[in-house]
Structures are given as structure tokens and as C-alpha cells.
Write a protein that binds this ligand. Structure first.
Ligand code: FAD
Length: 401
């Protein structure tokens, strides 16, 4: 069904470039503006979120079938837009949002008509997210939010933000938090882009000054925001652990297939990197890691389908994927040799590899650092003792700062 839809609805010139594996040509034939204009047709087909119920834009199929659909659409270069909307906001609203919220937000989210971001981290609350200081006070039917968020990916394009705010500072830090949906067009929201070392501005600082959020945009009960946030963070780890890159290039760089193509270019010539056993060994290790990751993700998605809650194993996938991807992008960079230091402006491919390498450095920080994932694994899987400085029972307003 998916293949039939693709043949009928995707411009043939895009299909041709994608099937030839020529991403540079695909980018020439399909500008971001053209893709965004065409994208609602993709969304309306149900192929963007196949496992979601039909009334929210999906096809209502099992996770296993959805995975096959995703592979078919990815293979022809149909990337999904609104990653935080699809990966974090949608799943959180599907499981813990109200019916009214699902009806209001999910369809425009799938169509990329309304982009989402995640307003969790703050200058003083990253790894220790529960110590966050943004305040929300009740005023009639609204909440008034004041505070600062940081590292908010895509906030400069977003209409809505998943927001954590403190509604009771007298309770221990995990207990006085409430989860809201903030309209970034509301008065009092200021978004300031931050520049990354890769040169682009993917994330932002967001200032909230007396921003009004209607109570109908509260997700879960007052004071129960940490429980909702844990769900969002679990979806985030699933999203960041990928499903094996397949034909697709990653947000942070090249897929294993493309790195193999780079290595194979010029194979047979004496100076080809492919002729070096060390390079082949490295590529084989990366390919094995990729396969292990894909199978682990498959097992986790089958467990989800059986209704089992994702536990600490989400941290294994996130930790492994982010460190594996850094090794993969480093390998791609090494294969470029001197071209990675200076390249001709038409050499789009070299530019993308260097960008991917720089972007991948953030993988072990975003969504919880590798140190934090190791703490989680140490405590919950290996049964090691908890952090001796754990202040989880101290009221938030008495915490040392
Ligand atoms: C590319 C990218 C995109 C992001 N997008 C978003 C977003 O959209 N929304 C959002 O809310 N946030 C986002 N973040 C923020 C991210 O979640 C935080 O950067 C991350 O949780 C770490 O927090 P921090 O930067 O405050 O570092 P800190 O918490 O200050 O940590 C500094 C260092 O100390 C270590 N450390 C801290 N505590 C411990 C401990 N208990 N044990 C051992 N080591 C410890 C950390 O591992 C790290 O090395 C993004 C980050 C990146 C890099």
C-alpha cells in the first residue's frame, strides 16, 4: 500500500534521485520549501505516523508494520519533519493528554502546520532537571509562567513548547512540578537563537515573562508534572536511539551505508582507504554495532507493543547510539582525509560529512548526558548504591544553590 502511494504521489524526479542514492541531486531537485509545501499530502496519507490511531493522522497499524512502512518511506528520502512534535509531544499527548488536547494538537502536528519544541532545560537545571526554577502561578483559568529555558531545539520555528514549571516550591523538587503546553506566540515569550560550533542555530534561549497559559493546556494533574516528564524523556531516549539508520542519513551525520560508499569510492586503486585492513576492520565493527542497535530497537518496540513499559534499558540504547554515532562520523571524517579540512564550495558532500561530525558531538549531551545514562544503568540495572548527595526529600526552596 505504501509503495503504491509513493509511486502515485511523490514527484518522480525526487524518487529517481533518492533511489540512485544521490542525496546532493535530491537536495537540488527538492528544496526545503518545496518539501514543506508537499509534506501535508504525505501526512494526510497516514504514512508519517503509521502506528497512531487513524483519527489522529495515523493508520492504526502495529509497531512492526509501522517499522516496515518507515523503512519504505525512508528509502526514498522522505524524512519526517517536526521531530520533537512526532517524537516527544505526540506520544506524550497520546498517553497522558486529554481527549480535547489530542483533538486540538495532533493533526496540525503531524502535518507540520504547527512545530513543537521542548522547554525543559534551564541554565541551572540540565542533568538535575528536577531542580528547575521556572515558576507557574495560578490566576483564574490561567497559569502565569516566569523563567528562562535554554538549549531549546527548534524553538525559533515552533508554535508550541512542552514546558515544565514549578507550581509549589515548598515541596521536594520532584513533587512541585507541573507540565504545560506553552504557545510560543503568546505575549511575554522571547526566543533567542544560540549558534553551535557547526555554524547553524538549532537551539535557543527562551525567556518567559508573565506568559499566560490556559489551564486547559496543563497535561496531567497539578504537581504531577514529573511523572509526565518521565514519559516524555523516555520517548526522547527512544527517538534518540534511532532505529538503525538504514538508507537514511542521521540528523547527526552519515549512515553506515554512506560511510561504506565513501570508503569504497576508488576501491582497487592503491591509495584507496578501502585497501587498508585497518579501515575495513573499523567499518566492520561499525556495521556490527549498527546491526546490534537495530535489533535492540526492534526488541524494544516489540516489548512496547506487548504493553511493557520502557525501563532503564532506554538508557542503554541512548548511550550506545550516541557513542556509536560519534565513532561513525569520526570514521567518515577520517575517510575524507585532507578534504575534511578544506573543500571546494561545490563539494557539498564533504561539507555534509564535516557538519555531521561536528553535530554528533552533541549526541552524548542531548537527551541526558552519557554520564547520567551510566548513573541510571549503575543504579537500576547493576543495583549499585544511589548518589550519596541525593537531596530528593528536601523542599525545593531549601535546596543549596
Ligand atoms: C544538541 C542539543 C540539543 C538539545 N535540545 C534540547 C531541547 O530541545 N530541550 C531541552 O530542554 N534541552 C535540550 N538540550 C539540553 C540537554 O538536555 C542538556 O544539555 C543535558 O541534559 C545536560 O545538561 P547541562 O547542559 O545543564 O549540563 P550539566 O548538567 O551542567 O552537566 C555538566 C557535566 O557534568 C556531568 N554531570 C552532571 N551531573 C552529574 C552526575 N550526577 N554524575 C555524573 N556526571 C554528572 C554531565 O554529564 C556533564 O558532563 C539539548 C542539548 C544539546 C547538546
Amino acid at each position: 500500500m505504501a509503495t503504491h502511494w509513493l509511486e502515485k504521489n511523490v514527484p518522480s524526479s525526487w524518487l529517481e534521485a533518492a533511489r540512485n542514492g544521490d542525496l546532493a541531486e535530491l537536495r537540488r531537485r527538492r528544496t526545503p520549501e518545496q518539501y514543506r509545501a508537499w509534506y501535508p499530502a504525505f501526512a494526510d496519507s497516514g504514512l508519517v505516523v503509521p502506528s497512531w490511531p487513524t483519527k489522529y493522522g495515523g493508520l492504526g497499524v502495529s509497531e512492526e508494520v509501522a517499522q516496515v512502512v518507515n523503512e519504505v518511506t525512508s528509502a526514498v528520502g522522505l524524512v519526517r519533519l517536526n521531530v520533537i512534535g512526532l517524537g516527544l509531544a505526540g506520544p506524550t499527548l497520546l498517553s497522558l493528554g486529554s481527549e480535547e488536547q489530542r483533538e486540538r494538537f495532533l493533526l496540525p502536528l503531524v502535518r507540520n502546520d504547527e512545530i513543537w519544541c521542548q522547554l525543559f532545560s534551564e541554565p541551572g537545571a540540565g542533568s538535575d532537571l528536577a531542580s528547575l526554577a521556572t515558576r507557574a502561578s495560578r490566576e483564574g483559568d490561567c497559569w502565569v509562567l516566569n523563567g528562562q529555558k535554554v538549549w531549546s531545539s527548534f524553538a525559533h520555528e515552533a508554535r508550541f513548547g512542552l514546558t515544565l514549571a514549578r507550581t509549589n516550591p515548598r515541596l521536594p523538587k520532584h513533587k512541585g512540578i507541573t507540565f504545560f503546553i506553552t504557545d510560543l506566540n503568546a505575549p511575554g515569550v522571547t526566543v533567542r537563537p544560540l549558534r553551535k560550533m557547526s555554524g547553524d542555530s538549532e537551539f535557543n534561549e527562551v525567556f518567559l515573562d508573565d506568559v499566560q497559559v490556559p489551564d486547559s493546556n496543563r497535561v496531567g494533574d497539578v504537581g504531577d508534572g514529573w511523572r509526565v516528564a518521565l514519559q516524555t524523556l523516555s520517548h526522547e531516549r527512544t527517538m534518540l536511539s534511532g532505529a538503525g539508520s538504514g538508507m537514511r542519513d542521521r540528523t547527526s551525520g552519515r549512515s553506515i551505508e554512506r560511510v561504506l560508499q565513501l570508503a569504497l569510492a576508488g576501491a582497487g586503486q592503491a591509495d584507496s582507504p578501502w585497501m587498508e585492513p585497518g579501515v575495513r576492520q573499523r567499518l566492520a565493527t561499525l556495521w556490527i554495532e549498527e546491526t546490534v542497535l537495530r535489533l535492540t530497537n526492534l526488541r524494544a518496540s516489540q516489548a512496547r507493543q506487548r504493553g511493557e513499559q520502557a525501563g532503564a534499558e532506554g538508557s542503554i540504547k541512548k548511550l550506545f547510539q550516541s557513542e556509536h554515532n560519534q565513532r561513525l562520523q569520526e570514521c567518515a571524517l577520517d575517510l575524507l582525509g585532507a578534504r575534511a579540512l578544506a573543500w571546494h564550495e561545490d563539494d557539498n558532500d564533504a561539507g555534509r560529512v564535516v557538519f555531521g561530525f561536528l553535530r554528533s558531538r552533541g549526541d552524548t549531551i542531548a537527551g541526558g548526558t552519557s554520564e547520567i545514562q551510566r548513573n541510571v544503568l549503575g543504579e537500576r540495572i547493576l543495583g549499585l548504591p544511589k548518589d550519596p548527595y541525593d537531596l530528593r526529600d528536601v523542599p525545593w526552596n531549601e535546596l543549596p544553590r
